[in-house]
Ligand binder design. Structure first.
Ligand code: GTP
Ligand code: MG
Length: 137
């Protein structure tokens, strides 16, 4: 489909990379359909990442994602999910391609600057988690 969901994570907002990351997303051809600046509670972050709750890093992930402000957004582009994951690069910034958002702005594997949905189905679920019909177009 043609939309995906992203978050700029607390490491990147706290390190002053929000503007540069949004600039790279927009120059990469993505249109912003909805956006908000928000800090998640532990409970909200835990619910968002429920799919990972059996993974050993779940507690650390939830704590990190609720530790500071994030930018949540719905993005539109042809082939959005796959193209956005190309733009952000590998989960581990040490393995990410040169020029990708994670290569340029991530702190570590756990604190990797941005989230990108991994399927059309999850893009819809994740966008609906953050935005009501009134907040998007
Ligand atoms: P997202 O776009 O954030 O979903 O990343 P991803 O799809 O590239 O990775 P995945 O969904 O497998 O993992 C979700 C997030 O958990 C990652 O982005 C990392 O922030 C974190 N994570 C994944 N693996 C590890 C790990 O081994 N250790 C730690 N501390 N965090 C991890
Ligand atoms: Mg993922």
């Amino acid at each position: 489909s043609n939309s995906t969901f992203t978050m700029i994570k607390p490491d990147a907002t706290n390190n002053g990379h929000t503007g540069a990351i949004l600039d790279q997303i927009i120059k990469g051809g993505f249109k912003i359909k909805a956006m908000k600046w928000i800090q998640l509670s532990i409970e909200q972050a835990g619910k968002f990442y429920e799919v990972h709750k059996e993974r050993p890093f779940y507690g650390e992930l939830v704590e990190f994602m609720s530790s500071g402000p994030i930018v949540a957004a719905i993005l539109e582009k042809e082939n959005a999910v796959a193209d956005f994951r190309t733009l952000i690069g590998a989960t581990d910034p040490a393995k990410a391609e040169e020029g990708t958002i994670r290569k340029k702005f991530a702190t570590s594997l756990g604190q990797n600057a941005v989230h990108g949905s991994d399927s059309d189905e999850n893009a819809k679920i994740e966008g609906d988690f953050f935005f009501s019909g009134l907040e998007r177009f």
